[in-house]
Design a protein around this ligand. Structure first.
Ligand SMILES: Nc1ncnc2c1ncn2[C@@H]1O[C@H](COP(=O)(O)OP(=O)(O)OP(=O)(O)O)[C@@H](O)[C@H]1O
Length: 606
């Protein structure tokens, strides 16, 4: 039984709720299966309709028999036309075969009657034809992924240790006694884990669970453990006096956990990305069911495992028929080279990155019509309306202005801001990997940082406290990101180690995908709205950005003013080197360099 079912049946047998009868349970199960299989069972419903039309025609004689058959054929043609307009190539092909089959079926029954050998043969063929559709549209049981990923039942089955336990005694003597770190506190509900144990700490009246975090060092000392082995977390929905404590006697994260197969749960929009120190899985979210796309931010020091996290996100994306990935490699094609030939658009130069972002903005505009058509709300990712995922690695290299060579990337920043602010309901998500998510590295944009932090944030090891704070933004963490060790006790590097800022604040390590190219891609087609927009041609060359397209009027005016000031200074005899011009005009070095570069370009063009 899945965890969700366990939870539900526990609720249902509570004293306030009348007990469910077998008939209620069976009815609920029927409704659940009908809802769950409504898509897979579509061909069977169509066969039923086809047979009904053929049967109706067989009871009539003469030209009257043609009426239901003609109506049925018109329906079949209409259904094929609908699929042709809005569906993937596979669905179109299937709809074509089904429409021809349905027309033939109706005619055969009209001639031969609805109950003979022909009808039975047709049912057998129809049922066989419905199998590939069923297999292709089958979705995993929503809870199966979570159940396989998180060994929750195993832990639940473990015996609860009695209060006379040595750990409780140590707690009472060295932590809960008067004058100690947590006077009056209690430790109970201890459960064994494979790598340690966990329990519930209850503080005395007037205390908040945050104060247990202040006592972490004392707890480590009492249980005689190295740093980083005690985690304190809130107990969701419980009193602020209670918290969950996880104590690890050995470090399970030292072992590398490999990604084995796609785990995206389409009913939740999530897949398992990290494994926690106590063996649970933490999920990355592509979308909220009924709530639109979710963005993502991956941060950490050089070599902490950011690109590998992006690899995993992209592997899940290409394996799914509900996600259409676009890749922008800020590392000039060196960060994610293995994806170059596996996605429709792979940008590896700043000019191609701009083309991809502008294209994504145009797709967003195209999808406005889809939202209008469905009467508002947000677009739900399906194989016919896939989530558009824009993954940007080394994002700081594209977003930051470069004062030295005068590169102004504010247009990239503005496009990313717009996509994160408005993309959610149009099914467009952005995931960025960057070393430091400071406003400066995000092109001076706190808007972008705020929007990205609204999604899934993966904070890997950093070296500076301030950098860690920028990622965690004051969330109650059992340890700061800069306190994560660079090496495990066995000397291996702690790559992939960090936190996912979700409801669980516990050390975790990302799953490692060793060979992203081994992932089997699933063909994904853009919806008819977005497919109407021609995709840009990526040349791989670093062409200068067309100014009119990326530079707003105000910025152009500033540029013209700067050019005027520089021209005046040169006319007045100022030495035309950037530093002298900067002093005379009061412009920044970057602005002066840009003006001089433009003049040079203009000169060479002449
Ligand atoms: N979860 C993990 N488990 C084990 N090894 C990992 C994990 N994640 C990454 N690594 C290893 O760490 C190495 C560096 O990872 P990655 O390139 O993703 O780091 P990065 O943060 O993107 O670095 P940079 O900022 O230099 O691009 C990889 O070669 C990989 O083998």
């Amino acid at each position: 039984m899945s965890p969700k079912t366990v939870e539900k049946s526990t609720q249902d047998t509570s004293p306030e709720t009348p007990p469910e009868t077998n008939a209620d349970i069976a009815w609920r199960e029927v409704l659940r299966l009908l809802k769950r299989w409504r898509r897979q069972a579509l061909p069977l419903a169509a066969i039923g309709g086809t047979h009904a039309v053929g049967a109706a025609a067989s009871t009539l004689t003469g030209p009257a028999a043609l009426v239901p058959v003609a109506a049925g054929w018109a329906g079949a043609v209409g259904a094929y036309g609908y699929a042709h307009q809005r569906s993937t190539r596979w669905n179109r092909l299937y709809a074509g075969v089904a429409a021809v089959g349905s027309a033939g079926w109706q005619a055969a029954l009209a001639l031969d009657g609805a109950t003979g050998v022909t009808a039975s043969l047709l049912w057998a063929c129809g049922a066989a034809l419905s199998v590939p559709w069923w297999v292709r549209h089958a979705e995993p049981e929503p809870d199966v992924t979570a159940e396989l990923a998180a060994p929750v039942p195993k832990r639940q089955a473990l015996p609860v240790v009695p209060e006379s336990d040595r750990r409780v005694k140590l707690w009472e003597t060295h932590l809960a006694a008067n004058g100690k770190a947590l006077p009056g506190s209690k430790l109970h509900d201890i459960e064994e884990l494979r790598f340690g144990w966990r329990g519930v700490v209850e503080l005395s009246v007037g205390e908040h669970w945050h104060s247990i975090m202040g006592a972490q060092k004392a707890i480590l000392s009492v249980y005689d453990l190295p740093d980083g082995r005690v985690f304190i977390e809130a107990l969701p929905g419980s009193s602020v006096r209670k918290a969950r404590i996880t104590v690890l006697t050995s470090d399970p994260l030292q072992a590398v956990n490999r990604w084995r197969q796609p785990g995206l749960d389409p009913s939740e929009g999530t897949f398992p990305l990290m494994v926690t120190a106590d063996g649970e899985m933490l999920n990355y979210r592509f979308w909220w069911p009924g709530g639109g796309a979710a963005h993502g931010l991956v941060s950490g020091v050089n070599g902490s495992g950011k690109t590998k996290v992006l690899d995993l996100i992209l592997a899940e994306a290409v394996a799914s028929d509900r996600i259409y990935p676009l890749i922008v490699d800020g590392g000039e094609g060196a960060s994610l080279p293995h994806w170059r030939d596996r996605v429709e658009l792979f940008a590896e130069t700043p000019s191609d990155a701009r083309k991809v972002l502008r294209y994504a903005l145009r797709l967003m505009d195209r999808r406005r019509a889809a939202i209008k058509h469905q009467g508002g709300g947000s677009l739900e990712p399906t194989p016919d309306m896939p989530l558009i995922l824009i993954a940007i690695d080394e994002a700081h290299r594209l977003l930051m202005n470069d004062e030295d060579d005068g590169t102004d990337n504010s247009d990239v920043r503005r496009m990313c801001e717009k996509l994160t602010q408005e993309g959610r309901k149009f099914g467009i998500a952005l995931v960025l990997a960057t070393q430091v998510p400071s406003a400066k590295q995000l092109g001076g944009s706190t808007v972008l940082r705020d929007q990205l932090k609204g999604g899934t944030v993966v904070g890997l090891r950093v070296t500076e406290r301030t950098t860690g704070n920028m990622i965690t933004s004051g969330a109650p963490m059992p340890e700061a990101l800069h306190q994560l060790p660079a090496e495990f006790p066995d000397g291996s590097a702690t790559r992939g180690l960090g936190y996912m800022l979700t409801s669980r604040m516990i050390r975790a390590r990302s799953l490692l995908i060793e060979n992203p190219t081994s992932v089997r891609a699933t063909e994904t087609r853009l919806d008819s709205y977005a497919a109407a927009e021609p995709a840009p041609k990526l040349t791989g060359a670093d062409e200068p950005a067309p100014r009119d397209a990326v530079e707003p009027k105000a910025q152009r005016d500033n540029g013209e003013k700067a050019a005027e000031l520089v021209q005046k200074a040169i006319n007045a005899g100022t030495n035309p080197d950037p530093v002298s011009l900067m002093h005379v005009t009061g412009l920044s070095l970057g602005q002066v360099r840009r003006v001089l570069a433009d003049r040079e370009e203009g000169g060479s063009a002449c």
